[in-house]
Ligand binder design. Structure first.
Ligand SMILES: CC(C)(COP(=O)(O)OP(=O)(O)OC[C@H]1O[C@@H](n2cnc3c(N)ncnc32)[C@H](O)[C@@H]1OP(=O)(O)O)[C@@H](O)C(=O)NCCC(=O)NCCS
Length: 218
C-alpha cells in the first residue's frame, strides 16, 4: 500500500496483473468521464491506447486505486512526454497497429471503436510547443464508488510530489471540454487552463508548475 485513503480505499503500484482492470476502468470512464461501454465495440481498445502502455512503459508511475470491491481507479503518469511518446512509437504501437485494421479515412463510415482504430493507425505524437514548460503528463480516472471522497485530490498531489522529486518542472493533463466536473476538480487542485493557439482544440489542457521555478507563475 502506498497511500491509505480510508474506508477500505488505498493506492498501490499497478502490475501486469492489473491490465484487465486498467482496460475496464478506462472503458467505464472513457466518454469524457462517463461510461463508454455502449459506444465501443472493442472493450479493450481504449485501455490498450490510454492506460495499459503506462504500466508497461512507465511502471514506476502507474498506480491502482483499490477499494472494498477491488480495483476502482488508476493514476498514471509519464515523467517526460516526449520520451514516453518515443517509446510508444517503438515499443507499443507496432503490435497495436497489427491488432486492428485501419477503418479508412471516411469518418461517416466509422462505427463503434473505428475512431480509435483510425487513431491507432494515424497517431499524432507531436507535443505542442505550448506544453514545453510542462514536460510530464498524467491521467486519473475513478469509478463512481471512489469519487467525491478526496481520493482524486490526494492521488493527484501524490503524483505531483513523485514527479517533482524526480526533477519534473511541470505536469499537464488533457480534459474533454464537456467534462465540467473534471475541469472543476483540476481548478480546485491548483491547475490552470492553458490557452494557446498552438494547442489542439479537441481537448482542454490543464497544467501546473512543479517544484521550484523562480520567476514562473504556476
Ligand atoms: C475527476 C476525478 C478524478 C476527481 O476525483 P474525486 O476523488 O472525485 O475528487 P475529490 O473528492 O478528491 O475532490 C477534490 C476537490 O475537488 C473539488 N471538486 C470535485 N469535483 C468538483 C466539482 N464538480 N465542482 C467543484 N469542485 C469539485 C472537491 O470539492 C474537492 O475540494 P476540496 O479538496 O477543497 O475538498 C474523479 O471524480 C473521476 O475520476 N471522475 C470520472 C473520470 C474523470 O472525469 N476523470 C478525469 C478525466 S480528465
Amino acid at each position: 500500500m502506498i497511500l491509505d485513503f480510508g474506508d477500505g480505499f488505498f493506492l498501490r503500484q499497478a502490475t501486469v496483473a492489473d491490465h484487465a482492470a486498467l482496460a475496464m476502468i478506462c472503458l467505464k470512464t472513457g466518454d469524457a468521464g462517463k461510461d463508454a461501454t455502449g459506444r465501443e465495440d472493442d472493450p479493450d481498445l481504449l485501455g490498450l491506447v490510454y492506460t495499459i502502455p503506462y504500466q508497461v512503459l512507465e511502471p514506476d508511475l502507474a498506480f491502482i486505486v483499490d477499494g472494498p470491491a477491488g480495483a476502482c481507479g488508476y493514476l498514471l503518469g509519464a515523467a517526460d512526454t516526449n520520451s514516453f511518446n518515443a517509446r510508444l512509437v517503438s515499443q507499443w504501437y507496432p503490435d497495436l497497429e497489427a491488432r486492428v485494421a485501419d477503418p479508412g479515412p471516411d469518418s461517416s463510415r466509422w462505427r463503434g471503436s473505428d475512431w480509435l482504430r483510425h487513431k491507432i493507425h494515424h497517431p499524432d505524437f507531436a507535443v505542442p510547443q505550448a506544453l514545453a514548460a510542462y514536460p510530464s503528463h498524467g491521467h486519473i480516472d475513478l469509478l463512481p464508488q471512489a469519487r467525491g471522497k478526496g481520493i482524486g485530490r490526494q492521488a493527484m498531489a501524490f503524483l505531483e510530489q513523485r514527479l517533482a522529486a524526480s526533477g519534473s518542472t511541470g505536469l499537464c493533463l488533457e480534459v474533454m471540454p464537456q467534462n465540467v466536473h473534471a475541469l472543476n476538480f483540476y481548478r480546485t487542485a491548483g491547475f490552470k487552463v492553458l490557452q494557446d493557439v498552438g494547442l489542439p482544440n479537441r481537448c482542454i489542457y490543464v497544467a501546473k508548475q512543479l517544484g521550484f521555478a523562480p520567476g514562473v507563475a504556476g
